[in-house]
Ligand binder design. Structure first.
Ligand code: SAH
Length: 401
C-alpha cells in the first residue's frame, strides 16, 4: 500500500472532511493513476483512503476517512446504492434524474444521469476510471436497468491525464430520449448532447420561470444561451396556463445550431409550434448589443451562460465576462421586468456573483430587487462538508419600475 505523507498542518482540511488533497499539500509519496493510497499526516497518523491522480493538481480524492474500511467492489456498490436510494428523498418532477453527483455522493469523479431506461456517466477522475466496470455493474444492479452509455469527453479528463471516451458500455440502440420534466417534455440525445445530453440541474429554475410567466403573463421573453430551449418551453407552459401564449414573443439565442434545431423540435413536442418564437444562431454578447442598438426591451430575460471559470484561476477573466452580459441584460430589461441570471462556475462563489451583478447594475444605471436566489435541483446536492459543491447559483432580479 502506497502512502501520501502531507506537509505539517496540511491535515486540517481532511480533518474537516474536505474530499481533496492538492499536490502542494504533499510532502512525499505518490501512486499510480486510480490506485488506492493511504493519506497520512506529517507525524504519520492515518487520515484517509484516497484514489491517486498523479497527473492532477488534485492529487488524491478521498474514498473514506475510516481506517478500517477496505476500498473494494463491495464498498463502491454500497456507495452507489446509497446515492440511488437518496434520490427517493428529493421531490424530483422528472424521469431525467442525476443519480450520482461526484463528491456529494462519496463517489469523487463520477457523474451519472438517468434518462428513462438509460444510464449515462462521466468518469472524470483516475479513480473513477480505474473502477469503471465495477461501478457500471453496481449502477445497473441498483437501478435494474441494462443500458449504459459513457460520455467521458468532458474537459476535466485532460487534467487527470485521461483521454476522451464515449460509447455504449452495456446494451445498445437509440441514443435519443424524451424526458418528462414538471409539466412539459424535452427531447435529448445522450450521444451528441452537451455533458450527458441535457442540463438537468436547471430543472427547478425552469419551473420557477414557468410560474413567473403564468403569474406575470410575460409578453417579450428573451432566453440567452438557450441550448435545447428548456426555459423557452417552460415560459410557454406558464403562459399557456394563463391563456397568454397568443401575443407573446419568445426569442432564444444559442451558438449551437443542433441545439437550436432541437429547441424548435421541443416547442413542437409540447404543442407550441404555433407560438411566436424566434431562434437565433449567434453569439449572445453581440446579439444583446444589437438589441440595445435597436432599442428593444424585454419583460423577462434568462442568462444561463456556459462555465466561464472552470477553476478559481480563471475567476478574474470570467468575472468580466459575467459582468458584461449582465450589464447588457439589465439594460434590456423593461421597468418591472425580471432577469434570471446564472453562473455555473465553481470558481465564482455566490458572494462574488452577487457583487458582479451589482457592479453590472451600476454600470447599466439600473437598480433592481433580488427577489429570489436559485440553485441546482436537489438531485445535484451539495453537502455540508464540501461547500465547493455549490457550483450553480442564480439570482432573480426585478428591475425597479
Ligand atoms: N439554459 C440551458 C442550458 C445552457 S448551457 C438549459 O436550460 O438547458 C450554455 C449554452 O450556451 C450552450 O447551449 C452553448 O451552446 C451556449 N453558448 C456558449 N457560448 C455561447 C455564446 N458566446 N453565445 C451563444 N451561446 C453560447
Amino acid at each position: 500500500m502506497k502512502t501520501l505523507k502531507l506537509r505539517p498542518g496540511k491535515e486540517r482540511s481532511l480533518q474537516r472532511r474536505h474530499p481533496w488533497v492538492f499536490d502542494s499539500a504533499i510532502e512525499k509519496g505518490n501512486g499510480d493513476p486510480g490506485e488506492t493510497v493511504r493519506v497520512e499526516s506529517h507525524d504519520g497518523r492515518f487520515l484517509a483512503w484516497a484514489s491517486c491522480s498523479p497527473a492532477s493538481k488534485i492529487r488524491a480524492r478521498i474514498w473514506s476517512f475510516d481506517e478500517a474500511q477496505r476500498i473494494d467492489a463491495a464498498f463502491l456498490a454500497g456507495r452507489v446504492q446509497r446515492a440511488v436510494a437518496a434520490r427517493g428523498l428529493f421531490e424530483l418532477q422528472s424521469d431525467g434524474v442525476r443519480l450520482v453527483h461526484g463528491e456529494a455522493d462519496g463517489l469523487p469523479g463520477l457523474i451519472v444521469d438517468r434518462y428513462g431506461d438509460t444510464l449515462v456517466a462521466q468518469f472524470l477522475s483516475a479513480g473513477a476510471e480505474r473502477w469503471k466496470s465495477v461501478l457500471v455493474d453496481a449502477l445497473l444492479a441498483a437501478t435494474g436497468l441494462s443500458r449504459f452509455y459513457e460520455r467521458s469527453d468532458a474537459s476535466g479528463r485532460e487534467r487527470e491525464g485521461l483521454k476522451p471516451v464515449t460509447g455504449w458500455l452495456r446494451g445498445d440502440g437509440a441514443t435519443e430520449h424524451v424526458i418528462r420534466e414538471h409539466g412539459w417534455r424535452l427531447s435529448l440525445d445522450v450521444a451528441t448532447g452537451h455533458k450527458t445530453g441535457f442540463y438537468l440541474d436547471q430543472r427547478d429554475s425552469r419551473q420557477r420561470f414557468a410560474e413567473m410567466a403564468r403569474h406575470r403573463r410575460f409578453r417579450r421573453v428573451l432566453n440567452c444561451f438557450c441550448y435545447t430551449g428548456g426555459f423557452t418551453v417552460a415560459a410557454l407552459a406558464g403562459l399557456k396556463a394563463a391563456d397568454a401564449v397568443e401575443g407573446a414573443e419568445l426569442t432564444s439565442i444559442d451558438s449551437s445550431l443542433p441545439a437550436l434545431e432541437r429547441a424548435r423540435a421541443n416547442l413542437a413536442l409540447n404543442g407550441f409550434e404555433g407560438a411566436k418564437a424566434q431562434f437565433i444562431d449567434a453569439d449572445v454578447n453581440a446579439s444583446l448589443r444589437r438589441f440595445l442598438d435597436e432599442g428593444r426591451t424585454f419583460d423577462a430575460i434568462v442568462l444561463d451562460p456556459p462555465k466561464f471559470a472552470p477553476t478559481v484561476a480563471h475567476a478574474e477573466r470570467a468575472a468580466r465576462a459575467y459582468k458584461d452580459i449582465n450589464r447588457l441584460g439589465l439594460k434590456l430589461l423593461a421597468p418591472g421586468g425580471v432577469l434570471l441570471t446564472f453562473s455555473c462556475s465553481g470558481g465564482i462563489g455566490a458572494d462574488l456573483f452577487h457583487k458582479i451583478v451589482a457592479s453590472a447594475g451600476i454600470d447599466a444605471g439600473v437598480d433592481g430587487f433580488i427577489s429570489e436566489r436559485l440553485g441546482a435541483a436537489p438531485d445535484h446536492p451539495m453537502t455540508i462538508e464540501f461547500p465547493e459543491g455549490e457550483y450553480l447559483k442564480g439570482l432573480v432580479v426585478v428591475r425597479k419600475p
